[in-house]
Design a protein around this ligand. Structure first.
Ligand SMILES: CC(C)(COP(=O)(O)OP(=O)(O)OC[C@H]1O[C@@H](n2cnc3c(N)ncnc32)[C@H](O)[C@@H]1OP(=O)(O)O)[C@@H](O)C(=O)NCCC(=O)NCCS
Length: 187
């Protein structure tokens, strides 16, 4: 299985529509939005250099973005894998590459997950040998995991994917405020 990325900003409007149509409605709201079309707008608006469509063996399989949280409190991943491509290890390949890239570039990377999102919690838990550092939001609804500090379980890193992500992280590192690149616990 080969996972590759295309920057969403490199796609034409028609290309973005193809991605949105392939993914459709989001079964679990990501970042408060409900359709892939809306999510593409959020991703490209907030994080144009670090938002990608995900292809598995050249077939559209999802989207992945690394962006700032609302209050500039750190760099956070957002991942959506289309239902027919789930349970194949795609999220693990992407997150492992993203964590490797973050470490290579020297930035902290977080995941923010709703406490009821069993799929995402399960996918993050099984990526590490033990719980990575985490805090719970004041509302009790979200877990913030410092994934770049987690001890990864044994497994291969897709170096080519990690380099793709690292190149873009290095690019934004010089343009966004330094505090974006450091982990912030919920207070
Ligand atoms: C969460 C999500 C990204 C996982 O993607 P995925 O590619 O299917 O995950 P993987 O195949 O890499 O899963 C690896 C591990 O995660 C865990 N996992 C995956 N789906 C799970 C589920 N529904 N329930 C519990 N654990 C799950 C398992 O431990 C799995 O390992 P296994 O296959 O050996 O059992 C995907 O379900 C998704 O896109 N969900 C909707 C959007 C979303 O919630 N995004 C995250 C927002 S924070």
């Amino acid at each position: 299985m080969r996972v590759t990325f295309d920057l969403l900003t490199s796609l034409s409007n028609d290309g973005r529509r193809v991605v949105a149509d392939a993914i459709g409605d989001l079964d679990y709201p990501v970042g408060g939005v409900r359709t892939a079309a809306e999510l593409i707008d959020v991703y490209t608006g907030r994080a144009p250099a670090t938002s990608w469509s995900v292809l598995v063996d050249h077939a559209l399989a999802g989207m992945f973005s690394i962006g700032q949280t609302d209050q500039y409190l750190g760099l956070q991943t957002s991942i959506f894998i289309a239902p027919r491509h789930r349970h194949r290890g795609v999220s693990h390949i992407i997150n492992r590459a993203a964590i490797t890239a973050a470490r290579d570039v020297g930035v902290d990377l977080m995941a923010g997950v709703h406490v009821d999102n069993q799929a995402s919690l399960g996918a993050h838990d099984s990526l590490f040998v033990s719980d990575c550092p985490r805090t719970i939001s004041p509302s009790g609804k979200y877990v913030r995991m410092r994934i770049s500090d987690g001890q990864l379980a044994d497994g291969e890193t897709d170096r080519r994917l990690a380099e793709t992500i690292a190149t873009q992280l290095a690019e934004i590192k010089s343009t966004w405020p330094e505090e974006v690149f450091r982990f912030h616990a919920w207070e």
